[in-house]
Design a protein around this ligand. Structure first.
Ligand code: FES
Length: 111
């Protein structure tokens, strides 16, 4: 599929250990900075309607703030119930201090 990079924020907007949600086209996307590497997933928790941008990022795991389900951010895999459906991931790229998300491609770390 064609590359479709959309700028979401500056790298400086999101220091390591932080997560924030952004509207990217029709999609709400959670962007994570894990030790200086940026990742992106769909922002809505697959359990209900919580925004993972409001969740707690611990290492490479995002814990939902509503019922405390959790996902491994690089792969999108569920690691803690009540979630049972993995998150969609998106490819990210940092260029000239700007963070871009590609809604047409999963993260290289997704499995
Ligand atoms: Fe996220 Fe329930 S909405 S765990």
């Amino acid at each position: 599929m064609a590359e479709n990079l959309v700028r979401v924020c500056t790298a400086a907007d999101l220091p390591p250990g932080n997560v924030k949600s952004f509207e990217v086209g029709d999609e709400r996307v959670a962007v994570y900075n894990i030790d200086g590497t940026f990742y992106a997933t769909e922002a809505q928790c697959t359990h209900a309607a919580a925004d993972l941008g409001d969740g707690i990022l611990e290492g490479d795991v995002i814990e939902c703030s509503l019922h405390f389900g959790a996902f491994h951010v690089p792969s999108g895999k569920v690691v803690q119930p009540p979630c049972c459906i993995d998150l969609k991931t998106f490819r990210t790229e940092v260029k000239d201090g700007q963070v871009y998300v590609d809604l047409s491609a999963p993260a290289a770390t997704a499995s």
